[in-house]
Ligand binder design. Structure first.
Ligand SMILES: *[C@@H]1O[C@H](CO)[C@@H](O)[C@H](O)[C@H]1NC(C)=O
Length: 293
């Protein structure tokens, strides 16, 4: 979640608050904790000093079936959470970086931007995301002062407050963003490096998001992030790295949406995984023409 100040074509990002946009490193986390007094952050109550605490929810997307079905589920749960007590969620935008409208324009509020010019992504299509986001910020009229950058595989499990406070940004520390081990996650480093260069520091919320199967309980988390495959034996034992007798992995559905009414995991599988499958089933049961797109 970030506070935005956009003036006369020049884009000035300050008081950054990003939640859900993966960017941090362990080093970064440690760095931040060392330089901030955690007590100070806690002493700033929600909503203080904010005339309009609402934040816009943005997600970058392509027109591939894989991106579409995830965005539909994300938007479904956004709508279910938005108007409930405790929500400071404002509008929603799918920033579509395919350069042309697709068949979800009427279902999901969408802003079409250009893909990167040929070859610029060097085979790593996800580099389109920061470029898409920048185009959207420059061209769109955004009502809210804050923006939450999400990803299509985020499911809102409850109403989200704005965790940003004035110039105090907030973020989720992704444990796998370690440059030495994982050079591929370039867009995330880009954000971390840019933040560092501009002196933007984030309040990190470890409990903000739960990532099945690694965390077993949804607990107080606001978002389920289903980036990992969940593989289990019928006895409920995790077989990560090996295809399980029961499984849910978003990558099984690259070219088509998952079927409605996925089989629930066997007994013994953690609550976070059960909840994920139930929430996907609820969305797919209620989204009109689920299988058509
Ligand atoms: C979902 O599938 C289960 C069997 O796996 C079945 O008992 C149930 O009736 C189905 N629900 C719907 C809504 O189709």
């Amino acid at each position: 979640m970030r506070k935005m100040s956009i003036g006369r074509g020049s884009l000035c990002l300050f008081a950054a608050v990003i939640i859900g946009f993966p960017f941090a490193t362990y080093n970064f986390t440690t760095f931040w904790i060392r330089y901030q007094d955690p007590g100070l952050v806690k002493s700033v109550p929600h909503g203080s000093g904010r005339v309009n605490p609402k934040f816009h929810v943005a997600v970058t997307a392509s027109d591939a079936p894989y991106s579409k079905w995830q965005c539909r589920i994300m938007y479904y749960w956004y709508k279910r959470s938005k108007d409930r007590a405790g929500s400071e969620m404002g509008g929603f935008t799918r920033v579509l970086h395919s350069g042309r409208p697709d068949n979800l324009m009427e279902e999901i509020p969408t802003f079409v931007v250009d893909p990167l010019p040929n070859g610029v992504d060097q085979g790593y299509v996800v580099l389109n995301r920061p470029w898409a986001f920048l185009q959207w910020l420059e061209k769109a009229k955004i009502e809210e002062e804050y923006v939450l950058m999400g990803e299509p595989d985020h499911i809102f499990v409850k109403p989200l407050p704005n965790l940003a406070h004035g110039k105090h940004p907030a973020a989720y520390p992704f444990f796998y963003i370690k440059p030495a081990e994982n050079e591929k996650i370039l867009r995330r480093y880009a954000y971390a490096v840019a933040s560092a260069l501009h002196g933007v520091k984030h309040t990190l919320h470890k409990e903000f998001m739960v990532q099945p199967p690694w965390e077993s309980k949804v607990g107080k988390s606001y978002i389920i992030h289903y980036t990992y495959g969940c593989d289990y034996t019928m006895k409920g034992e995790l077989t990560y790295g090996k295809i399980g007798e029961w499984r849910f992995d978003k990558r099984q559905y690259l070219n088509r949406p998952p079927p409605k009414n996925l089989t629930l995991p066997p007994p013994g599988v953690p609550e976070s995984v059960v909840r994920l499958v139930k929430m996907i089933n609820e969305a797919t049961a209620n989204i009109p023409r689920w299988e058509d797109i």
